[in-house]
Structure formats: C-alpha cells, structure tokens
Design a protein. Sequence first.
Length: 449
Amino acid sequence: MKKLNNIHTVYFLGIGGIGMSALARYFKLNGCAVMGYDKTKTPLTEALESEGIPIHYTPDVNQIPEELDLVVFTPAVSDKNPEWISILERDLTRMKRAEVLGLISSSGRCLAVAGTHGKTTTSAILAHILKSNFGEVSAFVGGILSNYNTNFLYAETNDFFVVEADEFDRSFLHLDPQIAVINSVDADHLDIYGEEDALLDSFKDFANKVKEGGTLIVNSAIPNIFNRKVATFGIETSADYEAKNVQILDGNYVFDFHHPNGVIKAMSLSLPGKHNVENAIAASAIASLCGVSDEEILKAISSFKGVKRRFEITRSVDETIYIDDYAHHPTEISSVLESAREMYVGKKLTVIFQPHLYSRTRDFETEFAKALSGFDEVILLDIYPARELPIEGVTSEHLLEKISIENKKVMAKSQVVSYLKEKKFDVLLTLGAGDIDTLVAPIKELITA
C-alpha cells in the first residue's frame, strides 16, 4: 500500500457522501489531482465542483484516469456499478473511506468522537473550540458547520485531527485515538452486527484502540462495559465532566461546566435539547484535555452556530417554523420531538419522515412507531434504500399502521411541496438521512415566499 505522501492522483467512487467529500477536500488542499463519480448532483457536489474537483453523475469507465494512485470508495456504491467493476479488473489501489481517514489521522493526534448518536454535533463543537483557540485545526465532520459552511477544516501546522468514529461496518476500528469520547451505544446497524451484543463488542474494541496514555471519555449513562479506565461526562450525574444548574434563558441553555480542574460558570449554548448539552460537555472535556483554557471554551461554546440538518430552523415572516434534522433512529426522533415540544409549547407539530434502510425500519418498527406517535401529524415518505434491496413486508404503509395517532398518511416525495402549498401549519419538521434533504430548499422557499 502506498503511503499517503506518495499519492498525487485520487479518484472517489461516491464522492458526494458527507465523509467522502471531506476527504476529497483534504487531498485537494494537499495538492493532489482529485476527481470522482456520484449518482446524484447535490449542493455538496456542486460545492466540490466549484472548488475545482471534476465530478460526473453517470457511470463512465472512461472518466477513470489511466494514471491513478488511489481509489477511495464507499460501500454504498453497488458492486454492479461498471466503474467499480473496472476498478477491480484493473486492480487499482483502493481503500475504504474509513481506512484513509485512519491513515490521515495517524499522522497527528487523533481526537475521535464515537457513539450511535451525537457524533456530528460533538465533533463540530470540538472543531469550533479548537479552531477558535489555536486558529486552525484539521477536522472531518459528518455535517456542514454553520460557522464555516464546510464539513472540513484544514490545518498546516496544528497536529490535532478531529474525526467522527463511525461504528457502521466497524469503521472506527481503523482509528488510533489519543483521546476518544463515546456518546451512546444504542442498538443500530443490526444489518451489519446481527445483534446488539456484537455492536457492544465493537465499541469495546474501539475503546481498546485508544493509545496508551490517552483518555477515553464515556457518557455516564452507558454501563461500564469497557476493560480500561474511563472518565465520564453527563448532566447532574457526579461525572468527571458534568453540567450543573442547567436552565433555559432567552432561548439558550445555560449551565455550569464542572471539570477536574475547575468550573466554567454560565456556559451558554444556543442549540436546543439536553442531548446537545451533553454533546457540548463531551466536546469541552476533550478541548480541556488538549490545553484549551476555560475562558476560550466559554467563548467558543457561546459562538457556536450549529450544524446544518441538525435541528436547523427556518422562520417565515408570519412566524411559521420549519425545522430540518438528520434524525433517522428512534432515539434521535424522540430527542427532536422533545426539543420541539420544549421550544414551541402548545404548537401543532407536523413531521415528514423518510425511513432510512429497510433493515433499520424492520428492526426498530415498534420504536419508530412510538416516537412518531408523539407528533400531531405524521407524513411518511417511502423507505430510502441506500445500499439495500427491498425486504418483503417492510414498507412505510406497514409502519404507518403501527403509529397510534389518527392524523397520518404515506406520501410520495414528489407530492410534498404541492401538499404543503395548500396547508397551514405551526411547526413543520423534515427528518431523515436519505434524500429527503432535496426537499429542504423548496420548503424554505415556500414558507419564506
């Protein structure tokens, strides 16, 4: 395998993915020739093209360069894709996204954020704190940071690498963190793991990847399943890193951050939901261990603007509220619901949800139905298949039957905007990890017109 510093031409198969695009930007900024394929043109791929990265959207083996040092691929690409077949036939050097991220981050001090929920927001907060303090940091984030309008931050001299440690396909086992945090270990990706115990075993393996002399920080709500010393974080839990005196003032969460070396009084976070207070505490804990002062942490938390598609709020002139969120797991949907109820007391909540993966919809059908039943109106889109083929009997119509409220329906994605034009609503939410994000721009245009 070639060392990364000997790589000059990189081809991305599935370049439009949030993780893949960050790597593409990394290689581009390091002077490499970068190009790639994706099946769908999106604002993110258009941004990459504007940065000088050629992208095509129909499989074409002639677009793959003759002289090529590395192919980076995502498992989401079909094994029947003609470009993938050509890459295999040519026996080109190829690596999964996670392998490449592991190699890049091993060149410095890797700060890894793991957990079935909260990875992106925690990573984004941490990246913002470190950039605010040091002036630069390298960060690969699974969402667009609103402060910087990018999912990738680049440092020329600072050797910290902020990365999301993804449990899917055991990707995080390619990392060797100096400091790692685990936010949650709720069951997910059972299409990969088969059962929850196998998922937990993978998190244990990840915990053991933290370097000797490094630090593992774990949510205090997680049982002590790790075979090493851990630090803990939480809210009012007597953890090593703890939020106390949590309250809402002028729409912001305000709390005191207690850590082993002191207390930061009256930290102010503009993100909704107590789960985001936990994310802020986890990020602040890592930042503190990296030498960031209490004063800098306090200042950075108050200036953090959030991540796009993480409870991203748009308001119309008549105070109609539209919220878009990436939530695609029952626990995440419940967190969004709790935050919306907390912020908009007495308002009717209408949710449009696109289930992601047939297997996840099947495995958590009861939990999805319970979470969605907390809204006042539910609109289900068809299941987004991603990498999967349909599973017999697993449909949005079947999930709809399990939802206990009466005001519910299944709708084609193409019908949504027309439906909303004829409807008044208090608070509208779009949730999901598939291509529901293509509705965001037309809905924003509709409510702000």
